[in-house]
Design a protein around this ligand. Sequence first.
Ligand SMILES: [Zn+2]
Ligand SMILES: [Zn+2]
Length: 70
Amino acid sequence: MAECMTMSLSATAKPSASCLICTSNFDEFSDMAALPCGHVFHSHCAGEWFKQSQTCPQCRRRLRNPKRTS
Ligand SMILES: [Zn+2]
Ligand SMILES: [Zn+2]
């Protein structure tokens, strides 16, 4: 009988693994924009999004100035 090994997922505190705007995964070279609500998107995706909407695409919280972390 084969032993069932349980892999422990790394519990890093990432808000999400992918950008909800373009649905692509983040990689270490992605420019990311963190919103005050804690959701994170690509900075270029967020830039395009916030030209048309002032709400977070995930939680719909109203935003004024998305903080960019590049
Ligand atoms: Zn994106
Ligand atoms: Zn949000």
